[in-house]
Design a protein around this ligand. Structure first.
Ligand SMILES: Nc1nc2c(ncn2[C@@H]2O[C@H](COP(=O)(O)OP(=O)(O)OP(=O)(O)O)[C@@H](O)[C@H]2O)c(=O)[nH]1
Ligand SMILES: [Mg+2]
Length: 183
């Protein structure tokens, strides 16, 4: 199984996943700049310009981590999904409302396109996290969101490939229902 973070906004999440470890998995980080790659621990680090170097085992299950509405991750997630032939699950974050309508509209558009290319999407709503955990700074919300990504990856990694239906995942993730949506 591969766990791939794309865009520098997934560096913290990949660092958490890498330090805690997920059974039978390899981590990959893909960023636009070498300086970003230097502050992340992952089994494979790739510059976006070398995306074609990524390879998958036959039917390898893949969990994709991306921030919607932004740059590198949002712009390249679709072409990345097209290289994968096994089960594909996307765990995404959506922008805060204050990040503006442009980012939020872009996120909505990418969700629709992504939906056609992956088994299902788990969307984490950063704005909801901020409302539920009162008084967190933006950085603290990002950190919380990164911890939640780690927990969701753990849950999804345990699901048998044959059972990766939206319903099964829904049932497993009930405790997160206040701030995630399964699409
Ligand atoms: N969970 C989490 N979200 C973040 C973090 N940093 C930024 N974000 C969110 O990520 C979104 C996308 O950020 P961008 O920087 O435009 O996109 P990117 O995919 O990181 O692309 P590059 O910056 O080019 O690598 C932002 O709108 C924020 O909502 C972080 O450390 N943790
Ligand atoms: Mg970024």
């Amino acid at each position: 199984m591969k766990i791939i973070g794309i865009g520098n906004s997934r560096i913290n999440a990949i660092n958490i996943i890498n330090s805690k470890g997920i059974l039978d998995s390899k981590t990959v980080i893909i960023c636009a700049n070498q300086s970003d790659l230097e502050r992340v621990s992952a089994d494979q680090k790739l510059l976006i310009e070398n995306l074609s170097e990524i390879s998958f085992e036959n039917n390898e299950k893949t969990i994709l981590l991306v921030a919607l509405g932004g740059k590198t991750g949002n712009e390249n997630i679709l072409s990345l999904t097209q290289k994968i032939n096994g089960n594909k699950i996307a765990i995404v974050t959506t922008p805060f409302p204050f990040e503006g309508s442009k980012r939020n509209e872009l996120a909505d558009k990418t969700i629709k396109e992504l939906k056609e290319n992956v088994d299902f999407i788990i969307a984490i709503n950063n704005g909801e996290i901020q409302q539920i955990y009162d008084n967190l700074s933006i950085d603290e919300v990002f950190h919380k969101s990164d911890e939640i990504i780690y927990q969701l990856v753990t849950e999804v990694s345990k699901v048998e490939n044959d059972n990766t239906s939206q319903e099964v995942i829904n049932a497993k993730l009930l405790q997160y229902k206040e701030f995630i949506k399964i699409i």
